[in-house]
Design a protein around this ligand. Structure first.
Ligand code: NI
Length: 171
């Protein structure tokens, strides 16, 4: 396993669309393992492949043992699709690619998704609360959407300017 560098907004790669995985083979499993290690080290509860510069539809999620213990976290998923959603749920979100900023986003309260697991098997997951929020957030990344894209233009601009400034002072 290896730690991968996490891209920080406004990196252009975070705005691109990822392509579906044709099948979850050894190299995709390796990517999933590396992403999981990177996410735990950060630490975070979810990570999408474009955040490590790989434009493929792969996400990893582990919300710990707070809920849905029967799901045996972590989840390592390819080509996730929402096949059912209902309700609304506001949640204060953060993102490893938008460090040190949090904001409330309204997500669907209940979702059902279809995805490929790490063994290339089709699985269905029904999620609520933090798990539902996290899955929707990571799936947004696969379409080049960050949680700040759900905010007003003004709020988004302020956050992006702060991130740019922080990156400049680091150099
Ligand atoms: Ni994120």
């Amino acid at each position: 396993m290896a730690l991968l560098p996490i891209l920080i907004a406004p990196d252009k790669r975070l705005k691109q669309k990822s392509t579906p995985v044709s099948r979850v083979d050894g190299s995709i499993r390796q990517l999933m393992d590396d992403m999981l290690e990177t996410m735990y080290a950060a630490p975070g509860v979810g990570l999408a492949a474009p955040q490590v510069g790989v434009l493929q539809q792969v996400i990893v999620v582990d919300i710990g043992t707070e809920q849905d213990k029967h799901l045996h976290a972590p989840l390592l998923l390819a080509n996730p699709e929402i096949i059912h959603r209902e309700g609304e749920l506001p949640w204060k979100e953060g993102c490893l690619s938008v460090p040190e900023h949090m904001a409330e986003v309204v997500r669907s309260a209940v979702i059902k998704i279809r995805a490929l697991d790490h063994n290339n098997r089709t699985i269905y997951i029904e999620a609520t609360e933090l798990l539902a929020v996290c899955l929707q957030h990571e799936m947004d990344h696969l379409r080049g959407i960050l949680f700040i894209d759900h905010l007003s233009r003004l709020k988004r601009t302020i956050i992006l300017q702060k991130l740019k400034k922080a990156a400049e002072t680091k150099e």
